[in-house]
Structures are given as C-alpha cells and as structure tokens.
Design a protein around this ligand. Structure first.
Ligand SMILES: C[S@@+](CC[C@H](N)C(=O)[O-])C[C@H]1O[C@@H](n2cnc3c(N)ncnc32)[C@H](O)[C@@H]1O
Length: 419
C-alpha cells in the first residue's frame, strides 16, 4: 500500500504550523519547572519541536507513533539537536508507568470500520481491544474520543492536555460518556476554531483540559481569531460554567436559553423516528425499480422542501405500493411531520398528508394526548427564529441536523399542547 493511502487510513491530517504555535502557547509549562511532555500520534513530532523551541531544552519530550513511515528523522533530530524519545507503538494499547505534566497534539480522527465505508480500516483488528480498554466508548465511537480518554489517564494530578479535535464531541450522544468523564476529572476549556485544516471538511476545537480543576469555558475563536491571540492575553469566554457535569457544550446565551424554555421540547411532544434503512427496503421484497400500476415513489430528502413534499418524482429509484409502507414502519400509515436530515444546523419540514413510504429523514409522531395544529407547527419550525436558534447554538458542530438538536427545539402553544 502506498504511504499516502496508508497514512490516510490511519487518520493522518497534518496540523498547520500556525495552529501548532497557538496550541503550544496554550500548553505553556509553569516557569522554571522541567516538565514531562508527551505528543501522542506524533508523526513528525511538530508539537514537540515547537514546544522545545518555545520553552527550552530542559523538558523531557516523548512522542508515540504507530506508523514507522510517518516518523521522520527530523522528528528525532530537530534544529537544536535530539528532540526527544520516540516510541513506535499503538498509543491506545501502550502501557507505561510514566505520567505527564503536559500532553499535546493532534490525534487521528475517524470511525473504525470496513474499508468500503470508513477511512480508518487498518485498525479494525484492534477495535475490540480499544473498546475494552476505553470506558467512554459508546456507539460508533470516533478514534479521537479514545485518544482523549487515554491521554487524560496519563496526566499527572495537575497535568494539562491540549488537543485539536473535531467539534462533534460537544453535542453528539456518542460522546456523552466522554463529556462526563472530563467533567468529573478536571476543567474543560474549549476554543472553537472552525475549519482550520486545508482541504479537509472538519470543523475543529482546541480542547485544553486541566486535571484536578473544575468548570467549563467555551471561547469563540472562529474566522481566524485564534491567529490574533498573543501569549498572556486574557480571553473572554462566550460560555462559562463554574460547575460542569458533562452536558452539551453549545454557544448558549441568556436570550437563546430563554427561548428554549419558552415552550415544551419537541422531543417531549413527539416520538422522533428515523426512516427505515435502505437495506430494509432492499430485503423487504416490497420495492421495485420499474413502477407497476398504482405504485408510488419511495421518498427521500430530495422530495422534501419547507412546507412542501414532491410526491411525483422518484429520486430513490424505488417504487412500491403505498399501503405496503406500514409493513416497514407503522408510522408511514398516518399523516405526520417529516423533518429533513439536512446539512448543517437547519430545519426543513413538511407534513406528509398522503402517508408515503420514506427512505430517509426524521419522522415525528405526536405522543398520546398531544393536540397538533399541523399547519402552524410546520410554519413555525421552518421559520427564521428556529433557524437562528439552531445556528446560534450549534454552528457547524455536526454535518447534519441531529436528533439531539431536534429534541430540544421549543414548541409553545398553540402549535401543539401537552396533554
Ligand atoms: C492527525 S495525524 C497527526 C500527526 C501530527 N501529530 C500532526 O499534528 O501533524 C495522526 C497520526 O496518528 C497516527 N496514529 C493513528 N493511529 C494511531 C495509534 N493507534 N497510535 C499511535 N499513532 C497513531 C497516524 O499514523 C498519524 O501519523
């Protein structure tokens, strides 16, 4: 396998030098104290080199890397001589009695799975062992979550971790254990920097975690603001919580929290389901590529617009009898609200009065006793205030609207009422 392919399959995304410099400033050691410093998944050890340049040669530097091809001779010998000790090992399976004052770097990102769907397929054989060793592992866990946990476990009592990672852990349910794990052990500072990796579609934050302290601070350093942060500058957080218990990390303001409390959460009023999966349709024996008399198209996201459903065009490539929809999901048989699994934090919905089968999207069914004014609900959810609320709190933290976001959207009377 070519090195380039190999390193992509191990989640290699090099960190831009300006970002390395910014994070190295966030990882400043206490004055006149030699520290043990670790860079996990170090590749060319750019963080260790920057650390040595910024803070001198009195620190013990250690790099761990799995891919021998990624470790360059430069990483062993920097401009000022030998930079540190390099260990060829799988960081997640690496056993060491040593604990560190400072851990910094850029761990690999990606969900481990087969090559057809997931980029991190080289590590598939180790997945079971990772899972067993990682208490925060949940759902389709991302490798970077496991790296955060392992790094925290290697910190000294007042040690500091500085990692650049994707934004998804701030709000996705798969990371609820990780957020709680961090909240129980130290102070969580999150510097939102947005898209900083050239040509890579990842929105990022820098996490600074300090073992043994407490609370949460969220800083907005998007649009390149992080490049203007100089050493010693005191930053003003957008969100500050003296006590943090692992809840979602969002750009909350008094105004938007008041809006959120102004109605009942959508998730309390409705059951939120996802459509039947492609494989279920395929295996059902109910769909065909050429329509027979009376068939309807199986609908997808392309059939959905704000307040409107296109019942005519078949984008899924499948046709079936409308009455057979209930064999896949009972809720296809009753009029209900369809909400798009849209790109970004944007809500697009329409009521499906004709009860067609859907291959995608969220489907909202009122809980027992909930009275719904469908037209009003549809207009409200597609309206500007809801879009502004979603944008303000969640920015581009995930690629799509998530169930977690949807569940919290407030709905006040007369759109729907609790029993
Ligand atoms: C996102 S890159 C970061 C490289 C470098 N630290 C930087 O910031 O430019 C991640 C690195 O993690 C390495 N890697 C992937 N899985 C690993 C593992 N389980 N243990 C150690 N290194 C790993 C990859 O080979 C790759 O070099």
């Amino acid at each position: 396998m070519r090195l380039e392919t190999h390193s992509r399959a191990l989640g290699h995304i090099p960190t831009p030098p300006e970002m390395v410099a910014f994070m190295t400033r966030l990882a400043a050691p206490p004055p006149n104290t030699p520290c043990r410093v670790l860079e996990p998944a170090c590749a060319d050890a750019r963080f260790l080199q920057a650390f040595q340049q910024a803070y001198g040669a009195q620190h013990r530097l250690v790099g761990v890397e799995l891919n021998p091809d990624a470790l360059s001779p430069l990483s062993v010998y920097g401009e000022g001589g030998k930079v540190g000790e390099f260990i060829l090992a799988d960081f997640l399976l690496w056993d060491t009695p040593e604990r560190f004052d400072i851990i910094l770097g850029n761990p690999p990102y990606g969900i481990i799975g087969d090559a057809s769907h997931y980029p991190i397929h080289l590590l598939q054989a180790r997945k079971a062992e990772y899972k067993q060793r990682t208490t925060t592992w949940k759902g389709k866990y991302n490798l970077y979550g496991a790296f955060i946990e392992k790094a925290v476990r290697l910190l000294k009592p007042n040690g500091k971790l500085v990692f650049i990672v994707p934004t998804t852990w701030l709000i996705l349910d798969d990371f609820s254990r990780l957020r709680q794990f961090l909240a129980e052990r130290g102070r969580v500072e999150v510097f939102y920097v947005g898209r900083v990796f050239p040509k890579v579609n990842v929105s990022a934050v820098v996490l600074r975690f300090t073992q043994g302290e407490c609370g949460l601070a969220l800083y907005d350093l998007s649009d390149g603001k992080w490049q203007q942060v100089s050493a010693g500058l005191r930053l003003c957080p957008s969100v500050e919580k003296p006590a943090y218990r692992g809840e979602l990390i969002r750009f909350e303001t008094a105004e938007w929290l008041a809006f959120e409390r102004s109605g009942a959460p959508l998730g309390k009023l409705f059951h939120i389901h996802f459509a039947a999966r492609s494989t279920e349709f395929r295996n059902s024996g109910l769909v065909r590529a050429t329509p027979q008399a009376g068939d309807v198209p199986v609908l997808t996201g392309r059939n959905l617009a704000a307040g409107r459903i296109d019942y005519a065009n078949c984008y899924s490539g499948w046709w079936m009898r409308r009455e057979d929809g209930v064999k896949l999901r009972r809720f296809y048989g009753e009029p209900h609200l369809v909400v798009g699994h849209t790109k970004g934090a944007r809500l697009v919905c329409a009521v499906d009065w004709r009860c067609y089968p859907w291959r995608e999207e969220y489907h909202l069914i009122p809980r027992v006793g909930v009275q719904v004014d469908w037209g009003a609900l549809e207009r409200y959810l597609n309206g500007e205030r809801v879009q502004a609320y979603l944008q303000a709190l969640y920015r581009d933290f995930t690629q799509h609207l998530t169930k977690t976001m949807l569940k919290r959207v407030p709905v006040a009377n007369p759109h729907a009422a609790l029993p």
